[in-house]
Design a binder for this molecule. Structure first.
Ligand SMILES: Cc1cc2nc3c(=O)[nH]c(=O)nc-3n(C[C@H](O)[C@H](O)[C@H](O)COP(=O)(O)OP(=O)(O)OC[C@H]3O[C@@H](n4cnc5c(N)ncnc54)[C@H](O)[C@@H]3O)c2cc1C
Ligand code: FES
Length: 264
């Protein structure tokens, strides 16, 4: 982990209010892995004071760049959406524990809702590469959006499925409804990142499939320090304990997380 001043190389709109920002990644730093995140100072000077966390969506070692996909929501992301090539970006990363490999013989099923797109896309591309090398089964990426305008214009790996609540693009219904009716010879092994209600539904789905209750969840929680010092980002667990999203995660075994408690 290191804080450094990077340079923006590209800012590309990928859907309504969604952008992909690419910036220089120093060769001296470890390459970000899927599920890991960074924080950026999203403003000039000390305003806003808190750094904003984002999950990596890809890394290009040949070009020396990394990227994340973000939704314009408030002050910080509005500032980010105004960045242009050549602008400076104050980055701290890579942070957190990324995804683990899937068990052998299982189908990696990756589910992304809303801002969960970036880390799932990164993981899907990596699992396609490792599948080509015979290290795991070919993954399926399932993306869920409220409407077609939110569905991203990005290069999706082969076999990806877009689901929209309004039915204007892809499967008509939620990502979880799609998974419910998915027939596959292989048992699924879920990875997910998205709204808490979606994560809770994946947890129920995973629990309903005997022997496949373990799954990997990339969590997103309000953060203050982002480096494990303040307990500001704790996630409730079903055993009554708590873990820090930034330092113990953000990827956890989804079966252990108290999704109901997180929703309240
Ligand atoms: C580990 C991690 C990875 C993330 N990855 C992504 C990503 O890849 N793409 C992306 O668009 N967003 C991601 N987020 C959420 C992102 O950090 C917030 O959207 C961002 O901080 C909002 O900043 P803002 O100043 O624009 O909004 P603000 O004005 O601060 O808030 C706008 C809204 O954003 C939400 N929000 C603010 N901070 C957080 C936070 N830390 N976590 C969750 N929700 C928040 C609140 O619901 C608030 O209503 C991630 C968060 C975490 C913790
Ligand atoms: S944000 Fe401070 S401990 Fe996680």
């Amino acid at each position: 982990m290191k804080r450094f001043d990077s340079t923006v190389t590209e800012l590309q709109p990928v859907a309504s209010d969604y952008f992909r920002i690419t910036f220089q990644w120093p060769v001296t730093l470890p390459l970000p892995q899927p599920g890991c995140f960074l924080t950026v100072s999203a403003g000039s000077g000390f305003d806003p004071a808190l750094r904003r966390p984002f999950a990596f969506s890809d890394v290009d070692p040949a070009r020396g760049t990394a990227a994340f996909i973000f939704q314009r929501r408030g002050r910080g992301t509005a500032w980010l959406a105004e960045r242009r090539p050549g602008d400076s970006l104050d980055v701290l990363g890579p942070l957190g524990a990324g995804f683990r490999a899937p068990p052998s013989g299982a189908r990696p099923v990756l589910v992304a809702g809303g801002i969960g797109l970036g880390p799932m896309l990164f993981l899907a591309r990596q699992l396609h590469q490792t599948a080509a090398a015979g290290r795991n089964e070919v993954p399926i990426l399932v993306l869920g959006y409220r409407s077609a305008s939110q569905a991203p214009s990005v290069d999706l790996p082969p076999g990806s499925v877009i689901c929209t609540d309004d039915g204007m693009r892809g499967f008509h219904g939620s990502a979880v409804a799609y998974l419910d009716q998915l027939a596959d010879a292989l048992p699924p092994y879920y990875y997910a990142c998205g709204p808490v209600a979606m994560m809770a539904a994946i947890d129920r789905l995973a629990a309903a499939r005997a022997g496949q209750a373990d799954w990997q969840a990339a969590t997103e929680q309000w953060m203050a320090c982002g480096v494990g010092a303040c307990q500001g980002c704790v996630i409730p667990f079903k055993d009554g304990g708590f873990k820090r999203c930034c330092a113990d995660g953000p990827v956890f075994n989804g079966r252990m997380v108290d999704w109901v408690g997180l929703q309240e």
